[in-house]
Design a protein around this ligand. Structure first.
Ligand code: BMA
Length: 386
């Protein structure tokens, strides 16, 4: 529908001017084009929370520090990044999470100050990188006013609090949490609105809300709402963001590794071709290598076919092997599979000291990551700027 309105709009403008009008592409259209053309070179490497902390270091302020001193802290040494420390280049894609912004918190759910997310996201864009935002909003029914900072023990009040299956319903029109959720969306939009370059240009962002929705571990998950409720939730957020006038958001639909997609099942919660530019999957190896390979191959076969038919970009929006228990996993397990599909990027999840998915020079997996880096078809920051 939107594409239709856009075409009519262009046609009317052309008719009114009586001449051919060149309509400037939006920020998100330009990003999609860039991603599309980069497919010819290979696929990009991405990393969540890359500049904030790593397996052996942390550049985020300690819990006790006062919120008002966060703005000017410069505790992160320049270029801190486990990826850069390992291979000498930044990831092409950096991911950041908004969880907690809805509560007006100063730090996100992983203790990263939003002021730092703001600065690093813009910095990565300005150095020619691509950025993506996910959002783990707290449970609007059970969270206490100050979220995780108010004495709740995980998963109480968090995105993972799924004791009650009426949460999605509660944020929809006529629901008990409708007003609260309007404020939550407003806070997300207010933050995104600040993500501009020095000359005031909005930063293009791959935005992927309501991720892993085919699992049931988040309050918007499969068993926690009906298909209709899920669609209403997606649409409410997207329509709100559209109303706020963002043309820099490239909407990504990213369910979880499934292993058994059929077109019928996939379509049940797919937001629609007019609402999504990128389809992706969050795919971790939690179980055996064989199961992971089988499921990922099945899913990428289905998703790449779907993406092609529907003219969508494809990505592995999150992935990894927790704590790199197999130090050759990237080149031996992941790469041979993703090499076969036209993915735009794969994003390894965060490197916290207790759970990491990316490389670190001190770890045995560093050698394997260097090999991954040296492959012609894996793209890091320098590759996408050349
Ligand atoms: C999960 C884990 C959590 C983290 C969350 C949001 O997959 O990494 O520790 O809080 O993502 O980043």
């Amino acid at each position: 529908m939107r594409q239709y309105i856009y075409i009519i709009g262009v046609a009317l403008m052309m008719a009114a001017c009586g001449q051919t009008t060149i309509v400037e592409k939006t920020q998100s259209e330009q990003l999609a084009e860039r991603m599309q053309s980069l497919l010819q070179k290979g696929y990009m490497m991405g990393h969540q929370d890359d500049p904030f902390y790593g397996v052996t270091w942390s550049g985020i302020v300690s819990q006790g520090q006062k919120a008002d001193s966060l703005q000017n802290t410069n505790v992160i040494p320049a270029d801190s990044s486990d990826v850069k420390r390992t291979v000498g280049d930044f990831p092409a894609v950096m991911g950041f999470d908004l969880g907690g912004i809805e509560m007006d918190d100063t730090k996100n759910l992983d203790s990263v100050p939003f002021s730092r997310i703001h600065d690093e996201l813009i910095a990565h864009h300005e150095r020619g990188g691509i950025v993506t935002l996910s959002w783990h909003p707290r449970n609007p029914v059970t969270t206490k006013p100050h979220g995780g900072l108010d004495g709740q023990i995980f998963p109480a009040g968090s995105a993972w609090d799924v004791a009650d299956t009426t949460v999605v319903k509660s944020v929809l029109p006529d629901g008990t949490q409708y007003e609260k959720f309007q404020t939550w969306m407003q806070r997300v939009a207010d933050f995104i609105e600040t993500l501009k370059t020095k000359d005031g240009q909005p930063v293009p962002i791959i935005f992927r809300p309501w991720h892993e929705n085919n699992g049931s571990w988040f309050w918007w998950g499969q068993k926690n709402c009906s298909d209709e409720e899920f669609h209403a939730l997606w649409n409410m957020l997207q329509d709100y963001m559209d109303k706020r006038g963002f043309d820099n958001l490239l909407w990504s639909y990213s369910p979880n590794l499934d292993g058994h997609w059929t077109e019928e099942r996939f379509m049940q919660r797919y937001p629609g071709n007019d609402r999504v530019t990128l389809i992706g999957e969050d795919a971790y190896q939690w179980g055996t290598e064989e199961d992971f390979k089988t499921q990922l191959t099945a899913d990428l076969t289905f998703l790449s076919d779907f993406a092609k038919k529907n003219d969508k970009l494809l990505a592995m929006t999150e992935c990894g092997l927790q704590n790199m228990t197999d130090s050759t996993w990237w080149t031996r397990v992941l790469k041979p599979i993703v090499d076969q599909y036209p993915i735009s990027y794969f994003l390894l999840w965060r490197n916290a000291s207790h759970e990491y998915f990316g490389p670190s020079p001190e770890l045995p997996c560093a050698a394997d990551f260097k090999q991954l880096y040296e492959a012609d078809n894996t793209l890091f920051l320098r590759d996408i700027n050349n």
